[in-house]
Structures are given as structure tokens and as C-alpha cells.
Design a protein around this ligand. Sequence first.
Ligand code: ATP
Ligand code: MG
Length: 510
Amino acid sequence: MLRIIISVMKVPAIEMTNVTKVFPGVIANDRVCFIVEQGEIHALLGENGAGKSTLMSILFGLYTVDSGVIKIMGKEVKIRSPNDATTLKIGMVHQHFKLVHNFTVTENIILGMESHDRFGNLSLKAAEKRVADLSETYGLSVNPQVRIENISVGMQQRVEILKILYRNANILIFDEPTAVLTPQEIDELLLILKKLKAEGKTIVFITHKLKEIKAAADRCTILRRGRSVDTVKVSETSEEELVEKMVGRVVSLRLDKKPIQLGDEVLRIEDLVVSGARSTPAVRGLSLEVRSGEILGIAGVDGNGQTELVEAIVGLRSAKSGRIFFKGKDISKESIRARNKNGIGLVPEDRHKHGLILDFRIDENLIPKNFHENPYSIYGFLQFKNIVSHVENLITQFDIRAGNGPTTLVKSMSGGNQQKVVIAREIDLSPELLIVSQPTRGLDVGAIEYIHKRIIEERDKGRGVLLVSFELDEILSLCDRIATISKGVITGVISAQDADERKIGAMMAD
Ligand SMILES: Nc1ncnc2c1ncn2[C@@H]1O[C@H](COP(=O)(O)OP(=O)(O)OP(=O)(O)O)[C@@H](O)[C@H]1O
Ligand SMILES: [Mg+2]
């Protein structure tokens, strides 16, 4: 009885009422109401640009509200900086980690709150012990003494989690934590979230993956175009219902594909060897071919040579040995520009590093690569009208959402909309060989549906498509043939009709 009364009396951990935040040209949060109970895992779902990151950045003190009330543990608060948030025991794991690579785990964790002994030396031992204890309590398996540069992305994320636990956070915010993880790491993270919850922590979890919400969250709040439309109990709501609330229409999660019309070979790779970051071979004698009219998928666990393979094909990394043929011609020695001009397009896996110039505007990032040709340039004069209408057309087609239209700075856009800019530019060129690496990372389901359709259209036009993805679902639904990669070689190729998750898993393990 007492327990029931106590649980009824529990105040919400977070209570945001009518929170509004306006950026130039866009109302990112429009009178949003968001209530998270203590000790729950609460998912935050919404299309790209719906206002999820903004709402959480407000809670973490990165932005201040224009209006609205925020209560933490029942008390009204003003959160003006991340320091205020830390004092309120709120911590955030950002999508792009902020770790110092040549520091150890513990050094990173204590950064900004180091304590010294009476001789002025950093007292690391006590900190290391505490990090080890926290790691043990939450099942994180992090070694406090290793350097960040020597651990995987998944481990780095755990260091970020430890960093906020070390500062005694009770409310933990995760902004798309699974976007950078492999399927296995995702499963492990979901277990960690549950463990945190079992230890009494309150968790906000932003993700576009409905499966993850179903697997881990208790309740889910849906944002649509800056507004909170509903909060539901996850166990009582189907994936389809969640999607419908989020986009306001039914999204088909199944793809229709015409029968394959195989053409000539576009890409052939023979015995390719490529060095990795540490000059050990990452690709070790790999051979494969892609023909026009097909989508060949490369399935594999991150770090098995996928990145180096793609970089070698487009010329970002040189091959140590082996040959790369594009339409029958050896291009192994050609420049990046020549390969691109001859018809190899790339949607790179890291949109910030290789896909975009963040300080430039959308139109500048979308300017056609053939801007010096008719109709964008005539007699050496740029034809701005034609360029603008081309850019506007892409923005509409790909549903790129940004406050100030074509002149919006890319760095101020939501993550998913940045990704759409890269994809729009590359698919629009319709190259004869289109390489897409993790194309739908960070995209909402509606956007994924559209991008998948456009990739299939390219295939139907007779282009060759090489898809690299860690997501088996994506590989299985898009591809005509699937090759598995492991330790830098192709371990098997299978027709998509004969493939399922289990078979591919087994091929990957070979
Ligand atoms: N610093 C900023 N300056 C200007 N506009 C911004 C800024 N940050 C966000 N916006 C705009 O606010 C809106 C909401 O963006 P937000 O990043 O919160 O979306 P999101 O729901 O996190 O989307 P995604 O799923 O793509 O990450 C977008 O239209 C975005 O362009
Ligand atoms: Mg976001």
C-alpha cells in the first residue's frame, strides 16, 4: 500500500510545458509538452527536423528557451549552460563524441574536474578506481587505462556514458546513440540502457529505429514539425501506429522491385590489396564485380575493410596491388576527379568528413558538379536562374527541410536533413556506378522509404549500384546480390532471393 502511495506521489523527472524555441525561419519547438517519469526509458520519435535534438539541447543547457516552463524533479529550473544541467544531474551523450583521442579513458572522464595531490600531481589512481567501479556496476566492460584511439566507436560511446555517470547524472539523454553502432553493439547498448534503468536512472532515448523503441522503451513521445503530438505506452502501440503518428500517413516498409535486367559489367575488382589506417592491409586480395542494372550489397561487420574498399574504388586511398576496372578499363591509377567525371558517384559513410562543407549553404553544397556546363554556364557565365531552379527542385524532390530554404547553412540543419543533401546531389547525377555507403544512417522511416525508391530507380535505369551497409534489413530489402566481407576478403556471394539473415550471418563468419 505504502509503495503504491509513494509511486503515485513520485514527481516526474522531467516536465517541459509549452516549450518554444525559434530559429531564423523555423519554429524548432512549438509549445512542446514532454513529461518523463522517474526510472523510465522514454523514447523520443519524430521525422528529420521535427525538433528532437533541439528539445534535448534545451534540457542540457546548449540552447535557452524562448518561452515555456521546465521542471526537473518537480522544481522549476532555468538551465542556462551544460554546467547548470550537470548540477541538476542531467547528462547527455551526443551523436558526435567529444573525446580527446590520445588521452586515456580515465583522463577523458575526469577532464575539467581533475583533483591533485599536495604536490600538484594529478591523482589518477582514485579516479581510475571509481571509473572501474562504475563500469562494473553498469556492465560497461570499459578498461579505465586504455587510450581512446585504441578502442572501437561502441566503446567510446560507453566512455561518454561513464563520463556523465561519473558526474552523478540521474537523467541520461541519448541523441541517436545507435546510428553509429553495429547491430551487435546496438543489442549491447539496449541492455546497458535497461541496466541503467534497473539502477534507478531516467533515460531519454532518441532513435529512428522502431525496433529499438519496441525493444527498450517504456513510453514514447512523438514530435511532428516542432509539436508534441502524442505520448504512448510502447507495449500497447504497434510500429505502424508509431509511424503514422510521426509522419501523419501510412509508410510502406516493403519495397516493390521489378525483375532484374542485367547489363554489362561496370565494376570489376581483382585481387585488391589496400592498406588501412595503421598501414596493415585492410583489404587483402579482394575480388568482386558489379553489373549495370543490379544492386550489389556488401554485408559485414564494421571494420572488415569496407571503408578502405570504397575509398580505393573512388581514389581516396591508393591500392597496394590488384586492379580496379570501370567499364572494362583499368582505373587503378586515375585521379579522384577523373573517376568521378567518368561516372563513379559516392555517398560517403561519413557525411561530415567527406560529404558536405558544413560552413557552406545548401545551394552551395548542391551546386551541380557540372556547373561549368550548359545550362548552368553559358559562354563562361554562370546562369544563376538555372542553378537556383535546379537546387530548388532537389530540395522539393528529396524533402530537404531547412529554415531558410536554399540559403540555409548546412551546419544549422538537422542530422537527417544534412544526409538528404548528400544523397540528393549524388543520386541526381545518376552516375553509371553509384556507390552508397550507409546511405540511410540517421534518416527517418519516410525518408528511408524515399531514398530506397530512388536507389532502385537508378538500378532500373541500368546503373550499377554498390551498397555498403551494416543493416541486414536494408541489404536484404534492396539488393539483387549480396556479398559478405570479412577480414578484407569476400567470403561469399548469394542471390538475394536465396538469402536470409541466418545464411548471411553464416557467410560472414566464414
Ligand atoms: N543552430 C540552429 N540554427 C538554425 N536552425 C536550427 C539550428 N538547430 C536546429 N535548427 C533547425 O531546427 C529544426 C529542428 O532541428 P533538430 O535538429 O532539432 O531536428 P531533429 O528532430 O533532431 O532531426 P534529425 O532526426 O534529422 O536529427 C530544423 O529545421 C533545423 O534546421
Ligand atoms: Mg537530431
